[in-house]
Design a protein around this ligand. Structure first.
Ligand SMILES: C[S@@+](CC[C@H](N)C(=O)[O-])C[C@H]1O[C@@H](n2cnc3c(N)ncnc32)[C@H](O)[C@@H]1O
Length: 312
């Protein structure tokens, strides 16, 4: 089936005309029947792990009823503003508590404050600030121009919005585990006509189980996120799996310490269970390499590191 770039005219789950055109998502050819089966009945897809870049999902169908995977029979629910592709989507009695560093960002208050002061504090640790970090990331992403970019752990979409607005990518997926961060992201997007008309989708997922098929993504961005992940190794293995050959991963995080940190301070910054996982640069490089990524490179400023690696 030929891919199409036509924008979908859509309605919200409540039936209103939807002026928000963030509905350009992609699903594999085999799942195209989703468009035909929408309209009340639960649509089915062939695989949970979506294939990028073929046919846009018909969002209204998903919004009305969620969908079911033909392979594993798992049902996925939708939440108006974002598609919930976590394993626990749809559970009613079972709930799962993640480590504190993940749970913290699910709070409505933290999600609200995130772009209203919280993120600005990162500058004190050497983060250059969103505009400069965006520019730096765009340099690394040059080989992925025109492709699909997934902004994992996007928070309230600080960078997803910039990537979408840049027009550099055929599609941007803003992905986070926090429902409230995604709601904030949606609120910011609603206010900006340029982004509304861009090809941006919001997805809830765990970075340790990314809902994309192997080799289907051109670029993965993870801003200030690695230290928040329950398992950085699982996350980077997943990122490596979904990247196509030549695809680029760019991440930023806080380093536990740098070569210039005095030796007597280092023991005070040991990794402690429960808190954020601050790594040192050698550990980040080792993880990328062990997960099959190559051409590791980085820029460090105080505790800030931006690193990049490629899928061979
Ligand atoms: C410090 S914020 C970073 C937000 C944004 N990328 C930035 O550069 O400012 C870290 C984000 O990681 C997300 N996160 C934590 N655990 C996660 C997980 N298991 N899967 C996906 N995202 C997760 C949090 O919800 C939070 O939005």
């Amino acid at each position: 089936m030929a891919s199409t770039s036509a924008k979908l005219e859509s309605t919200t789950p409540t039936g209103e005309k939807n002026k928000h055109k963030m509905h350009h998502f992609f699903i594999s050819e085999s799942s195209y029947r989703l468009t035909a089966e929408g309209g009340g009945r639960r649509p089915t897809i062939d695989e949970c792990r979506m294939t990028a870049r073929e046919t846009p999902i018909f969002w209204p169908a998903i919004y009305r009823s969620g969908f079911k995977c033909r392979q594993c029979n798992k049902s996925y629910s939708s939440k108006d503003m974002y598609l919930d592709l976590t394993v626990t989507a749809g559970t009613t009695d079972y709930s799962e508590v993640k480590p504190a560093r993940t749970e913290l960002f699910r709070s409505p208050l933290v999600s609200f404050l995130y772009e209203r002061g919280w993120r600005q504090n990162f500058n004190l640790s050497g983060f250059p600030g969103p505009d400069e970090e965006f520019k730096m990331a765009q340099e690394y992403f040059k080989p992925a121009e025109g492709g699909l970019l997934v902004d994992v752990s996007c928070g309230s979409g600080l960078f997803s919005r910039k990537f979408a607005k840049s027009g550099t990518y055929s599609g941007v997926i803003a992905l986070d585990f926090s429902e409230n961060m995604l709601r904030q992201c949606y609120d910011f997007i609603k206010k900006d006509e340029t982004i509304l008309n861009s090809n941006l989708a919001l997805v809830r997922a765990d970075v340790s189980r990314l809902p994309f098929s192997s080799g289907s993504v051109d670029a993965v961005h993870a801003g200030a996120a690695l230290h928040c992940w329950p398992s950085p190794s699982n996350a980077i293995a997943e990122i490596s799996r979904i990247l196509r050959s030549g695809g680029v991963f760019v991440g930023t995080t806080f380093l536990r310490y740098t070569p210039s940190t005095p030796w007597f301070v280092r023991p005070l910054r040991q990794r402690t269970p429960g808190n954020y996982t601050y790594l040192i640069e050698e550990e980040i490089k080792d993880l990328c390499t062990t997960c099959g990524l190559t051409n590791y490179t980085s820029k460090v400023q105080q505790a800030f590191i931006m690193f990049s690696a490629e899928k061979p």
